[in-house]
Design a protein around this ligand. Structure first.
Ligand SMILES: [Zn+2]
Length: 339
């Protein structure tokens, strides 16, 4: 089969590799219907994370081709959505809604989801089947549910976005933009998107942002305070993962408020004293997307939300290298790969 492999920073190729097979009785093998490139794939691409001949991709939708003997919930022929970690969905951590920390946690798609086929460990606890074969135009939204929507949703939940709340969103990548959508769906009264790019601002407004703040750093914090009677947001979504963005989020939140942080942390160091006096709640980490998948699939299926709009470039799998370049150069928000 064809699969995307990152040989090293900036070097993405499509290789012929072995098609995965059932390795454990709890596995399924799926044929990908679509895949995509994640903002987090840019960390190794830019040399910020080590990478050496790494099969890429962790967002996926597809059709079940084969299941192991112990798989009972998903069946051959089902159209399924999974996420970046596999989970048994039965342990105490999973039952509490934290499937991304499952005691049996592993990669969600092996060897990678930017490929024609992938093996899914713990298929029953990882995959959720759609009510039937989806219409073609629903596939991008279902694919978004696999990571960026599920992650943005968790960020909004962790930030306790809801009725009467003002939510600030730090980060205008796909996760931040879908955090805007999630906050509005959860009933937030006001959603302030922080972005300086016209195309991303437009999409943020389309997803329900009521305000846009272009300033960053001290000026960004001052602007959020100005929009919130000097208090700061009730809820802030952090969707970048840098020191600057994390502090932007904490400082933009009022005492007693909540920060939901989902940007993969890179060298973030929290200053204890500033944290102590901020009086904010911090919650985040890798999103337990599996918790939200049944609800998100239902909202997409009934066409109540259209998160697939974050894909502004579609390329065949064979042109994955161009997809990485486009995202790296911020020519594209998110790239869908047709398989
Ligand atoms: Zn578990």
């Amino acid at each position: 089969m064809r699969a995307v492999v990152m040989y090293g920073p900036g070097d993405v190729r499509v290789d012929q590799t072995e098609r995965p097979t059932i390795a454990e009785p709890t596995d399924a093998v799926i044929r990908l219907a679509a895949s995509c490139i994640c903002g987090s794939d840019l960390w190794p691409y830019r040399g910020a994370d080590d990478v050496d001949h790494q099969p890429m991709g962790h967002e996926y939708v597809g059709v079940v081709e084969e299941v192991g003997d112990d798989v009972a919930q998903v069946r051959v022929g089902d159209f399924v959505v999974g996420s970046f970690f596999s989970s048994d969905n039965t342990c105490a951590i999973c039952r509490a809604g934290y499937q991304s920390h499952c005691v049996h946690r592993g990669p969600g798609a092996v060897p990678g989801a930017q490929a024609e086929y992938a093996r899914i460990p713990h298929a029953d606890g990882t995959l959720v089947a759609t009510p039937g074969p989806p219409a073609d135009d629903l596939v991008p939204s279902l694919l978004a549910a696999s990571d960026v929507l599920g992650t943005g949703w968790f960020a909004a939940v962790a930030a306790e976005a809801g009725p009467g709340k003002t939510v600030a969103v730090v980060g205008d990548g796909a996760v931040g933009l879908l955090g805007v959508l999630a906050a509005r769906q959860l009933g937030a009264e006001r959603v302030i998107a922080m972005s300086r790019h016209a195309d991303r601002q437009a999409l943020a407004r389309d997803f329900g942002a009521t305000d846009v703040v272009e300033e960053r750093g001290d000026a960004g914090v001052a602007r959020i305070k100005q929009l919130t009677d000097g208090l700061g947001a009730h809820s802030t979504i952090e969707a970048v993962g840098t020191q600057e963005s994390m502090m932007q989020a904490i400082r933009s939140t009022r005492p007693g408020g909540h920060v939901g942080y989902v940007g993969v942390s890179h060298d973030v160091v929290l200053p204890g004293r500033q944290l102590f006096y901020s009086g904010v709640h911090l919650h985040g980490g890798p999103a337990p997307v599996r918790r939200f998948l049944p609800d998100l699939i239902d909202r997409i299926w009934r066409r109540h939300i259209d998160p697939g709009k974050v894909f502004d470039l579609t390329l065949p799998l064979d042109e994955a290298a161009e997809g990485y370049r486009a995202m790296d150069e911020r020519r594209a928000i998110k790239v869908l790969l047709t398989v």
